[in-house]
Each structure stands twice: as structure tokens, then as C-alpha cells.
Design a protein around this ligand. Structure first.
Ligand code: CA
Ligand code: CA
Ligand code: CA
Length: 477
């Protein structure tokens, strides 16, 4: 067992707030909870048909609970001990138990929100520099940004044409919007994060609701669709500490910010524009108001998103230790054709050498994402790795939604990751039969080449995501 080391998992955003933000101070000032993952052991039992002993068949649930911990999902149990040494003893014993497939320590996951800065002033639109890298010719547009009609569009450097942003290294999604490629409601993107402010005016119409718990069924205290979750009409909160529940709202900031980047309501004369504003967001809360939670809760969140029919799962956090439970959950998502987009991390390190998970897991349904800035350079905070980091996307001074109806900018691989989720949602909206491999190929091979050779040597695809190219499979390598 190599899971004894304490490892924090961090949400990968660095916040800079702007505009009127209506959430309470406690939301982002709360001290991390005193979660103690060192006393929690994640236990996976062998399935009965694979168990040589068949021991599970003859053991009652009460016996199983006592020995292996309480069942928290179809495949996982959590054995809670009282001290770290007890947990270590339990791990040792479980490692030779023929009924156990594996056991590992749980991990604490917590938000990393440092480097707060003053509100940046929005630069006035400037003439674009000569195009470099991208061979796509933007269509002629009026010299004012009047489509989509969102009032903060001019602050979104990564999605507007270079003539307005002054950068040739945005994601080139604007010409798709002009041709009415704006995403399909059939594509559900699960946000496994701190929750979503589902009443935000730029998000409320974009939330996926469970039809099996609709109307009067949403509050009747009954699991009407028999999926194991009572009244999960608007997502689910996985919280081993405070208790699970059907309130997946966001009293931090991070999950709401990630969500807006993907599919904030657009062309509604208000706020911002999301990349794939026709697609829908499934709120899966696994981190709380202090930005802390257990990895096992996030694993359960991934299992839930898989069961609820998500096509894409956005993971803007990471762990320092590998986890078989995490790998299993993403492997099960793969079997259902689900793409997982994962942040490469904000440590400024090579994750080929220093592990970061799930971004560096060896699964072909994971796209790991580094962060670039408006000059197309890899950000100094961004992790990299020519084997473990696939692609880059803008992750510096990104405007998006915040709880309470607000907007603000954040920087981090957390913000670059939903750029890829949004572009993948657009690709699938117009090409629903593409496989994960085909979508990955388009995103990697049809990307804008990173302008610096040093950056190209650190990223597998060597590129910045280019939505137009990927959607049309043009200008590919
Ligand atoms: Ca239910
Ligand atoms: Ca119900
Ligand atoms: Ca809007």
C-alpha cells in the first residue's frame, strides 16, 4: 500500500473578484474544516462472482459493515477508525483479506485560493496584432461586439475575436457562434466541484434537472426514480461530514465560476457568454463552503454523474496521490462513453515526474489541461508534462459567474479545464456520433500551435484549443 501519505487535493483556481459579488464573506473566508482523512479507509470488496471465497454471499450487511465499513456506493465502503495508527493497521489487515479488492486511505480535498489581486481594469479593445499560428480567417464582423448581446462580452478575452481582445490566443469559438453552433441540450456536463448557484440568472436555464423527480416529486421525500437519491431534482451533494443531500448549491465560488465558462446563458443581454450555451450543467457537489471535502465524496460524485447520463465530467481539482477508487470511477465513466476533462494543476511542476491526479492517470478518456495567457504562453503556475498534460486553454483573468448573481475573474488550470469541456460539448452537439478518441484527436491535432518552443516541448499536443478548427476538423496536424 502506498497510500499512507497525507495528501491535500486542491481546487485549481486563483481568484480575482470583480463586480458586485453578493455572496457572504464567510463563503470564501471560512477556515478549512478539520477533516481527518487519515482515519478513513476506502474499501473495495471483490464482486461476489469474482470472489474465490464467496465470503460476501454468506455475510450479512451488519457483519460486512463492522469489518469493512459502511457502504457508501455500489462499489465502495468507508471504514472509519479513530486514529491514524488504527487506520494503518486496518489497511495492513485488509491487504491480505481475500474478500478485498483493494483498500486505500481517503484524502482531504481542499480549495486553494491564494494570490488575490485587485480588480483588473478591462483593457479597451485594441487592434489585433498580425495573426500567427492559426490559419482560420475570421468572418468580417462589425467593429462593435453586438453578438451575442451579453453586456460583459468585451471582458471575455478568450472567446471574442482578436480584433477586440488584442490576443490571437483565445479559443476561436466566436465564428462558430456566428453560424449558430451554440451547443445542444442533449449534452450534459457534470460539474464535480463546490456546487453551482443554480438560481444565477446566467445559469438557471442551463441546469440539468432529473425528470424522474420533477414537479411534486421533487420534494416528496421519496426516491421516485429509484436511483438511490431522494429528491435529486437539481443534482446532489456528497458530504460524508455534514451529510449528503439534494442541495447542491454553491456557497464557495469555484463550481459556479467553472460552470459559467462552459455554458452561461448567452445572447440574453445580460452578463457573460458561455462557450456551449445550449448544453446543460449537472450540479455535483463534493466540496463544501470552506472548499474542503473528501476524495471519496468526489469519487461518489463521479459515479453519480455517470449514472445520470453526463457526456462530459469536468474536474477542476487534483490530488497528489494516485487513487484506485478514482481510477475505477473514471474507468466506469469511460465504459459509458464519458469524457473526463481534468485540470493539470497549479504547482508549476512537471507531472510526468510529480504525480497529479486524475489529470495524470493513464486513461484515454481523460484530457488534462494546462493554462495559457493572452500571449499564448504557458502560465508559470501551470503544471505541464509532455506525457501527462495534453492541451492548453486560456486560464488567466477569466471572467465568469459567481454565486449571488455576480461575476468575477479567476485564474488557474481550473478555468482552462472548462474551456475544453465547453469545446467538447460543441463538437458533440454537431457530431453526436463521434467517439471519445475522435473528439480528443480533433481537440489535440487541430489546436493552435503554442508560440514558444519551450512550451511546445512540455505539452503533448503542443497546442491551445481551437474550437473552430476542432469542430470542422480544419487546419489539423
Ligand atoms: Ca432519485
Ligand atoms: Ca421524490
Ligand atoms: Ca449572459
Amino acid at each position: 500500500m502506498s497510500f499512507m501519505r497525507y495528501n491535500a487535493v486542491f481546487l485549481l483556481g486563483i481568484t480575482t473578484f470583480s463586480g458586485a459579488i453578493a455572496f457572504g464573506d464567510s463563503a470564501h473566508a471560512a477556515a478549512p474544516r478539520s477533516l481527518n482523512a487519515e482515519v478513513r479507509v476506502i474499501v473495495k470488496l471483490k464482486s461476489v462472482k469474482n470472489s474465490n471465497s464467496g465470503a460476501q454471499k454468506i455475510q450479512s450487511e451488519s457483519v460486512l459493515s463492522k469489518r469493512y465499513g459502511s457502504r457508501v456506493s455500489d462499489s465502495l465502503r468507508i471504514l472509519e477508525t479513530t486514529t491514524a495508527s488504527e487506520a494503518a493497521e486496518a489497511l495492513f489487515a485488509l491487504s491480505s483479506d481475500p474478500t478485498v479488492e483493494y483498500a486505500e486511505l481517503d484524502q482531504v480535498i481542499s480549495v486553494e485560493m491564494g494570490r488575490k489581486k485587485k480588480r483588473p481594469t478591462t483593457p479597451p479593445p485594441t487592434p489585433a496584432p498580425p495573426p500567427s499560428g492559426s490559419a482560420v480567417t475570421l468572418p468580417a464582423v462589425p467593429n462593435t461586439l453586438n453578438f451575442p448581446s451579453d453586456t460583459k462580452l468585451s471582458e471575455q478575452w478568450s472567446v471574442i475575436p482578436s480584433k477586440f481582445s488584442g490576443s490571437s490566443y483565445g479559443i476561436n469559438v466566436y465564428p462558430l457562434w456566428q453560424r449558430a453552433v451554440t451547443g445542444s441540450s442533449n449534452i450534459v456536463v457534470a460539474i464535480v466541484d463546490t456546487g453551482i448557484d443554480h438560481s444565477h440568472p446566467d445559469l438557471s436555464a442551463r441546469i440539468f434537472h432529473n425528470a424522474g423527480e420533477a414537479g411534486a416529486l421533487a420534494k416528496n421525500g421519496i426516491d421516485d426514480d429509484h436511483n438511490g437519491f431522494v429528491d435529486d431534482y437539481t443534482g446532489w451533494r456528497f458530504d460524508s461530514d455534514a451529510g449528503d443531500g439534494n442541495d447542491a448549491s454553491d456557497d464557495h465560488t469555484h463550481g459556479t465560476h467553472v460552470s459559467g465558462i462552459i455554458s452561461a446563458q448567452s445572447n440574453n443581454s445580460a452578463g457573460m457568454a458561455g462557450i456551449s450555451w445550449g448544453s446543460r450543467l449537472l450540479p455535483v457537489r463534493a466540496l463544501d463552503a470552506s472548499g474542503s471535502g473528501y476524495l471519496s465524496d468526489a469519487v461518489r460524485g463521479i459515479q453519480y454523474a455517470t449514472a445520470m447520463g453526463a457526456k462530459i465530467i469536468n474536474i477542476s481539482w487534483g490530488a497528489g496521490s494516485s487513487s484506485q477508487a478514482l481510477k475505477d470511477a473514471i474507468g466506469s465513466a469511460r465504459a459509458k462513453g464519458i469524457l473526463v476533462v481534468a485540470a493539470a494543476g497549479n504547482d508549476g511542476v512537471d507531472t510526468d515526474v510529480e504525480g497529479h491526479y486524475p489529470s495524470a492517470l493513464d486513461l484515454d478518456n481523460i484530457i488534462s489541461v494546462a493554462a495559457t495567457n493572452r500571449t499564448g504562453y504557458l502560465e508559470s503556475f501551470s503544471n505541464f508534462g509532455v506525457k501527462t498534460v495534453d492541451i492548453t486553454a486560456p486560464g488567466r483573468t477569466i471572467l465568469s459567474t459567481l454565486p449571488g448573481g455576480g461575476y468575477g475573474t479567476m485564474s488557474g488550470t481550473s478555468m482552462a479545464t472548462p474551456m475544453i469541456s465547453g469545446v467538447a460539448a460543441l463538437i458533440w452537439s454537431g457530431n453526436p456520433n463521434l467517439t471519445i478518441a475522435q473528439v480528443r484527436d480533433r481537440i489535440f491535432k487541430c489546436s493552435t500551435i503554442l508560440p514558444r518552443t519551450t512550451d511546445r516541448s512540455r505539452i503533448a499536443s503542443g497546442g491551445i484549443v481551437n474550437a473552430w478548427n476542432a469542430y470542422h476538423q480544419q487546419n489539423c496536424r
